[in-house]
Structure formats: C-alpha cells, structure tokens
Design a protein around this ligand. Structure first.
Ligand SMILES: [Zn+2]
Length: 375
C-alpha cells in the first residue's frame, strides 16, 4: 500500500477540476489527452481478455471444438478397458515382473494391439526400446523393454506429447501372483484406449496437430528404470517434448472417496507450467467434471508422490507433467490387486480426462510455456 503523503501528491496532479480553470486551448489539449488515455485503457482491457482466457478458473472450451473431441473420447469404453485388463492382469502374465516371461508376454500383447489398430512404431525401432540387463544393476537379470507407439502430428510433427503408464509389476512371491490390475494395469489399458481414440480421429481427418508418443514403460517397480532409460535415451529430443501425462493407478477408489468416487488426484500439473494446470482444469470443467484433488500435489505432503512415478524423469528435465492417481487402497502391492475390483466406469472417465487434456495440448495453436522452476 502507498503511504498517505504520496497518495495526496498524486491526487493533486490528477485533479480533473483544475482543467476547467484553464484556457480553451489547454482544455482541448487536456480533453484529447484524456481521450487517448481512456481509449488505451479500453484496448488494454480487451487484450487482457483475449490473452487471459485461460487464467479464469473453469472457463469452458468453445462448443464447436468440444463436439469433435467428444466423438473420439466415446471410443474409450468400459467394455474395451475391461477386456484388456482381464487379460493383462490375469495369472497368465505372472505379475509382469521386469525382465521375466510375464513382462515379455505383456510387451507382446501391447505390440500386437498397436499393430491391430494400425498405430505405428516410432521410426527407428519395431515398437520395442530394449534396455540391456546391466542397466538394471542387479534388479533384473534379463534385458527388458519399453513399448513405444506413435501418431505423427499433422502440423507440428516435431513437437511431442508423451502419454505414459508402466506395464510392469512386482511378479510372484511365495507362489502368489501379484496381478497388478490397478498398479498399473489400469494405466496401461487407458493408454491403449487413448491411442485408439487418437487413431480413429486421425482416420477421420482430425488427427492431432502435434505428435503423440504412447509410452508403455517397464522397470517402474524396481526404481522408475524404464522412464529413466527413456529420458537418457529419448527417441525424440527432450527439448521438443511438450508435456508428459503419466497414468499410474486410476481404476480404484481410496478410503477418502468411498462414498463419492467421482474424483482423481492430480500431481505436478502446476509445478513447471501454470498453463498446463489451467488447461487441465478447463478440460475437466468442460468434459469430465471429476473432482480434481490436489492433496498430494502439496510440496509438504509426506508421501512425495511427485518423485515416485515415471513422470519424474520428464519433470527433472524441465518437461511439464501431470500424474493421474487414485490414491492407495488395501490391495496396493498385494496379490489381491485383481481386475474384478476395478471400477471400470470411473476408469473410463479418468482415461477420457487424459485423452481430452492430450487433445487440447496437441491441437492448441501455441505450445504450452514452461514458467516454473526446475527441481
Ligand atoms: Zn506399484
């Protein structure tokens, strides 16, 4: 606040009544100056409205644009999610442990799926990014693989949006299979469905303007190793990577929301780009209307989830991220994390939120700005 002496001084020089004590010529000049001043305020205000469209909470996206995205989001269905998850989280996949037979089987399932919907591999490799066993420093005795699928952007193909989820889990212990339906079968099948939605859009002439990389990561459960490897060996330059939307556990409901499950925890959205946070809010207000809970986004939250899933390896490279998460539950990292306990309707809605957010990031005229600080 200004102090009193200064306030009086300003009032004195801008006293409008002084104008009427002056000559006609001086009055005219003053009138013109005031007009120019008022006009410039007007211009400033209308500009502010245009450029700050995103700074207003819960502003909705124009309806002529929304109907197109909604068409494709509707291809993300509970039936498809359920079908994929009952396979990937079945005993046949033996808990998908990094480097083991079950993980390889899951990788094959993902590759076969991308082939079946004609979503291509990135140029240099046949869907698989091989990670040599020595990279895992004893945590996996075999090589393992990230699975990458790609839809090239129609206008800005060099700018990449990464949608990721880890498909590995913790394997078998004492003869019990840890199926990992929620962790992170739910994220994995969401990525498959989101890829299909973008592919349908592309086939109908509405492909994304920026490119989308569907990144199914291995090695998460042994220390975010697949994401770390990708960040150290990126297929597309990290400086061209616009954002990472990472999904890890979105099929269940935690204790806090037992009676009102229409929610999702978001972590990281505002840390590197305020614009990303605002887009995410606007998209949700327009399409999905989930309660976006930022409890775990708090820097002082003891769980430190921001550092605990794959997106962190993007964030530490100054790439804005959003981590989508349902919170923990009694079956977390237990053999009881099975596909029959998934809320498929909620899973579909949350996957659609990720799809819509990616759609907006891929199609908006300007790439989102990074304005937060590095970790
Ligand atoms: Zn886990």
């Amino acid at each position: 606040m200004q102090n009193q002496i200064n306030l009086k001084y300003h009032l004195k020089i801008f006293n409008i009544f002084d104008l009427f004590k002056t000559s006609p010529m001086q009055k005219l000049i003053s009138f013109l100056l005031i007009s120019v001043f008022l006009f410039s305020i007007n211009v400033y205000e209308s500009n502010a409205q245009n450029t700050s469209g995103l700074s207003i909470n819960h502003q909705k996206i124009e309806s002529h644009k929304t109907s197109i995205a909604t068409n494709y989001a509707s291809s993300i269905t509970t039936t498809d999610l359920e079908k994929h998850l009952y396979i990937l989280a079945s005993d046949e996949f033996e808990g998908r442990k990094t480097g083991e037979a079950g993980q390889k089987k899951a990788a094959k399932y993902l590759v076969d799926y991308y082939k079946s919907i004609n979503v291509s591999a990135t140029n240099e490799m046949n869907y698989l990014q091989n990670i040599p066993s020595n990279y895992f420093k004893g945590r996996s005795k075999n090589d393992s693989e990230n699975v990458l699928a790609f839809i090239k952007g129609s206008e800005k193909p060099d700018e990449i949006i990464v949608i990721s989820a880890h498909y590995d889990h913790v394997g078998t212990k004492d003869g019990e299979i840890y199926n990992g339906a929620d962790d992170d079968g739910s994220g994995t099948v969401a990525v498959l469905e989101i890829a299909q939605a973008f592919k349908i859009a592309k086939d109908r002439g509405n492909g994304p303007k920026r490119s989308i990389l569907f990144l199914n990561l291995t090695g998460e459960e042994i220390g975010l190793m697949g994401a770390k490897y990708y960040a150290e060996n990126p297929v597309f330059p990290l400086e061209n990577t616009v954002a990472n939307l990472n999904i890890d556990m979105i099929g269940r409901v935690d204790e806090k929301y037992t009676d009102n499950p229409n929610y999702i925890y978001l972590i990281g959205a505002d840390k590197l780009s305020k614009e990303l946070h605002q887009i995410s809010e606007n998209v949700n207000a327009t399409y999905t209307n989930l309660e976006l809970d930022y409890t775990y986004n708090d820097e002082s939250d003891p769980n430190r989830y921001y550092y605990r899933s794959d997106h962190y390896h993007f964030a530490k490279n100054n790439i804005p991220v959003i981590f989508y998460f349902n919170g923990v539950h009694e079956d977390y990292h237990q053999p009881t994390d099975t596909p029959d306990k998934i809320n498929y309707k909620l899973l579909a809605k949350r996957a659609q939120l990720v799809f819509y957010t990616a759609w907006e990031l891929a199609n908006r005229p300007e790439r989102i700005k990074v304005d937060g600080k590095k970790n």
